[in-house]
Design a protein around this ligand. Structure first.
Ligand SMILES: CCCCC/C=C\C/C=C\C/C=C\C=C\C(=O)SCCNC(=O)CCNC(=O)[C@H](O)C(C)(C)COP(=O)(O)OP(=O)(O)OC[C@H]1O[C@@H](n2cnc3c(N)ncnc32)[C@H](O)[C@@H]1OP(=O)(O)O
Ligand SMILES: Cc1cc2nc3c(=O)[nH]c(=O)nc-3n(C[C@H](O)[C@H](O)[C@H](O)COP(=O)(O)OP(=O)(O)OC[C@H]3O[C@@H](n4cnc5c(N)ncnc54)[C@H](O)[C@@H]3O)c2cc1C
Length: 664
């Protein structure tokens, strides 16, 4: 606008090499270069404009999303983008669409659960988008309880087909994204029945719509489930409802990697665990953790830049008022979120490694790390999405009144993000899975079986049950060993306490249900320990760039000590630390805030987000917030006319009547 960088002074204060930090954030120089190039390409293309989204009605909004998805595909083909570049392009287009489910779940489900033959048949069609797929698992009556699904797939040996049927209203598929109006096919989860026997839930590829005119195939009733939370937001997605009336599909459309049905109708199970049917969820939960760092960093970038621009109170001798970022209360709310964004980034990187490792092992029939992969993906998905959804809302409040404007970008970001606490597994249900895993680990401690991976700390259970922190001064809390010992002993003691309480129940399932609130807290403590320890491990790596390591150390300590402060009830009640040590942690936290303060703007610049992607006037790179807000207000459709539509109908008669009343 005025071409001036209003945040230049802030940028000059930085004590580290921002370009080097950009590479750490991206994960590698290559990842940075791809991300930088593609984000700029999207930002410069008017075809990907998104600022009008909150104003559009549902039909217009949805059609606009279809246009963008088709245009994105056209650009991907024209520019010969690689799979990695194409995924980045869809990410920076930043509009939930059926393509998320096609690439993010339909394709992975076929890859993970289909045989070689099935993959060869279906994947080329999906890769060229000659078919478009969704992931049809959840039903009106059951989501979390996958074993409770009611849709049936009954084998008919006469015709060598499965008959897919929705026997009840509650068996209607409900929620799958892309199903409502777009998908031609779906991976549909149904109870497999052969010869009158129910073999539980399995995946099937089912064609839903004609490839000629897009009409639903015979026996299929399909539509959108209706408007969701927020304007624009997730309403660009056609979450759908689907009913089957005895729809027939060939036998070879059952995904047969885990189990098979023969021509004779015999059910056969491979020697792979049946839980592999849930494999797509493990894959997506892992991507959701990486995605949490993106959503949170985006909100934090907006709130941090605006906090440096915004001034309120504190003027001395007619000088400028204080920047709100200098208030300790603002720092205490904002900087832990900044630190969390970095923490989630690094734990997301690690989780991707864990997932790749488990996938490679599965290919050689080594299933030993599957339970840990399930517990880690479930728990970290839960903890990071909860913190991110809460964090985005906190960032909105950190921006005061202007944060409530759609042009701040924060209301839409929250509305799009918050269902992450529910989809791919309700966060509480997933934490209970982690708790089951922890209780199993604790119960095996005496058996000589050594806990491994993320539970290896339980191997020193005797030490962790009785150790006392030796922190004496605030600076002692900067030692990774002090932090790790406190987090490990807290997690171990909470798990052991639950395990001991469970022994008081004669029926273990009853005990588990009764103690579930405590079990969830133990699972959170374990997951927070994973995040803290992966951040500390990141710091053991070679980190090039002037001052970059120092900034990351400060953020790691903020993340850990903020959690310690927030959950000090856990640390104190389990006797891991004393009240004095908790207070020293808080002293150290304050001094870390002062250390981060001059670097705050550079730390959010390191995310390398374009103004297009941020979609926020408050977060714009140049910090020229007020003229932009003022100008944007006049562009609101309500300001198209000075006197509003409806004046003659509803305002004028009222005013006239008031005049008459006043005369009386
Ligand atoms: C780049 C693009 C990305 C695209 C997408 C990105 C982001 C998302 C964007 C938008 C959202 C879009 C889509 C959203 C899609 C969906 O939501 S799809 C539907 C997801 N649904 C769920 O997540 C349901 C949650 N429920 C469950 O997973 C299971 O029912 C539950 C685990 C709760 C219970 O399973 P169940 O078999 O009934 O239970 P048990 O507790 O008895 O478990 C038996 C044993 O199995 C182990 N186990 C359970 N799950 C898994 C697993 N996934 N992997 C491996 N192992 C598993 C469990 O630990 C038990 O083991 P033991 O017997 O104790 O050893
Ligand atoms: C935006 C969005 C997109 C989605 N996309 C898809 C998709 O593409 N494909 C698909 O198949 N599904 C999709 N879903 C569905 C989603 O996966 C489910 O909504 C989710 O798994 C939660 O299940 P539920 O709705 O049955 O919740 P419920 O299980 O009914 O949860 C309701 C409440 O009960 C609690 N609860 C449930 N069970 C327990 C328990 N055992 N112990 C303690 N508390 C419990 C929960 O914590 C929650 O508070 C989507 C959902 C949303 C919101």
């Amino acid at each position: 606008m005025d071409g001036i960088d209003h945040l230049a002074d802030e940028r000059n204060k930085a004590q580290f090499d921002v370009d080097a930090m950009k590479i750490v954030w991206a994960g590698s120089r290559h990842a940075f270069e791809v991300s930088d190039r593609i984000s700029k390409l999207v930002a410069a293309d008017p075809g990907f404009r998104k600022d009008n989204r909150p104003m559009l009605g549902r039909n217009e909004l949805f059609k606009n999303t279809l246009r963008k998805a088709a245009y994105a595909w056209k650009r991907i083909i024209e520019l010969h983008l690689s799979e990695e570049e194409a995924a980045k392009l869809r990410f920076y287009v930043d509009e939930p669409a059926y393509t998320d489910l096609h690439w993010g779940m339909f394709v992975p489900a076929i890859k993970g659960q289909g045989t070689e033959e099935q993959q060869q048949k279906w994947l080329p069609l999906a890769y060229k988008m000659q078919i478009i797929g969704c992931y049809g698992q959840t039903e009106l009556g059951h989501g979390s309880n996958v074993q409770g699904l009611e849709t049936t797939a009954t084998f008919d040996p006469q015709t060598d087909e499965f008959v897919i049927h929705s026997p009840t209203l509650t068996s209607s598929k409900w929620w799958p994204g892309g199903l409502g109006k777009v998908s031609t096919h779906g991976v549909i989860y149904a109870r497999l029945i052969t010869d009158g026997r129910d073999h539980g839930v399995h995946g099937f590829i089912v064609q839903l719509r004609s490839l000629e005119d897009h009409s639903p195939l015979p026996g299929i009733t399909v539509g959108d489930i209706g408007m969701k939370f927020g304007n624009g937001a997730y309403n660009t997605m056609d979450n759908g409802v689907l009913r089957f009336d005895h729809v027939r599909i060939p036998r070879d459309q059952m995904l047969m990697r885990v189990s098979q049905v023969t021509r004779e109708g015999k059910y056969m199970q491979s020697d792979v665990p049946r839980q592999l049917v849930y494999g797509t969820m493990v894959y997506v939960r892992q991507t959701i953790v990486a995605d949490a760092s993106c959503a949170l960093s985006r909100a934090v970038c907006i709130a941090t830049r605006y906090s440096a621009v915004r001034r309120q109170f504190g003027s001395q001798d007619g000088g400028p008022e204080s920047q709100v970022i200098d208030y300790k209360t603002q720092q205490n709310r904002l900087f832990p979120l900044l630190a969390s964004a970095y923490a989630f980034r690094f734990v997301g990187e690690w989780l991707k490694w864990l997932y790749t490792d488990v996938t490679q092992r599965l290919q050689t029939n080594d299933f030993s790390t599957l339970p840990e992969a399930h517990a880690c993906t479930a728990g970290l998905k839960s903890v990071t999405t909860t913190a991110t959804a809460d964090g985005i809302e906190e960032c909105r409040k950190l921006c005061g009144g202007h944060g409530y404007l759609c042009t701040s970008g924060l209301p839409e970001l929250f509305a799009v993000y918050v269902p992450a606490c529910t989809y791919e597994g309700d966060n509480i249900v997933l934490l209970l899975q982690v708790a089951r895993f922890l209780m199993k680990t604790v119960s095996q401690l005496g058996s000589g079986k050594k806990p491994v991976g993320t539970t290896s700390y339980m191997g020193q259970i005797e030490h962790l049950m009785q150790c006392r922190s030796n922190v004496q001064r605030a600076e002692d809390w900067l030692k990774p060993s002090a932090i790790l010992e406190a987090f490990e002993s807290r997690a171990a003691r909470m798990s052991v306490a639950c395990a001991q309480n469970l022994t008081k129940f004669t029926n273990p399932e009853e005990g588990f249900a009764e103690l579930s609130a405590d079990l969830v807290e133990a699972a959170v403590a374990h997951c927070q320990l994973i995040i803290v320890s992966k951040f500390i491990e990141k710091l053991l790596q070679d980190i090039p760039g002037k001052g970059v390591r120092e900034q990351l150390e400060a953020l790691c300590n903020i993340y850990a000590l903020f959690l310690l402060h927030k959950h000090q009830g856990d640390f104190l009640s389990t006797g891991c630390i004393t009240a004095k040590q908790a207070s020293l942690a808080n002293d150290q936290l304050r001094s870390l805030y002062s250390q981060v303060r001059p670097n705050a703007i550079a730390l959010v610049d390191a995310f390398n987000y374009t103004d297009h992607f941020l979609g926020s006037i408050l977060g714009c790179y140049d910090g020229n917030v007020y003229p932009k807000l003022y100008e944007a207000a006049w562009k609101d459709p309500l300001n198209d006319s000075v006197v509003p539509e409806g004046y003659h109908e509803y305002i004028r008669p009222l005013l006239k009547q008031n005049l008459r009343t006043a005369r009386l």
